[in-house]
Design a binder for this molecule. Structure first.
Ligand SMILES: [Zn+2]
Length: 81
C-alpha cells in the first residue's frame, strides 16, 4: 500500500508567471529575465533563479506583457525591450 502522504517522490511544481497555474516543472518552459531580454533555458543548464511559463500559445503571448511589467519593476522605467 503506497503512502499517499509521502512527499519523497513528488515532482516539483512551479507556477506559470502568466496564468498562475501550478504545473509540474517538466511541463513548463523555464527562462531567465536579463536586461537584454528573456533567455529560455531549453536544456535546463542555467543554475540561477528561473521563471516558468506554460508552453501554450496563450501563455507565451501573455509573456510579452509580463516581461514589460517585470522589466519595469526590476530595471526601472528607463528599461526598454
Ligand atoms: Zn500558463
Amino acid at each position: 500500500m503506497p503512502n499517499r502522504n509521502s512527499h519523497a517522490n513528488r515532482t516539483p511544481e512551479r507556477t506559470c508567471v502568466v496564468c498562475r497555474n501550478k504545473r509540474v516543472v517538466n511541463e513548463l518552459v523555464s527562462f531567465v529575465t536579463l536586461r537584454e531580454g528573456l533567455i529560455f533555458d531549453l536544456d535546463r543548464s542555467l543554475q540561477i533563479r528561473k521563471n516558468y511559463v506554460c508552453p501554450s500559445n496563450e501563455c507565451l503571448r501573455g509573456l510579452e506583457k509580463w516581461k514589460k511589467r517585470y522589466a519595469k519593476k526590476t530595471f526601472g522605467a528607463a528599461f526598454a525591450l
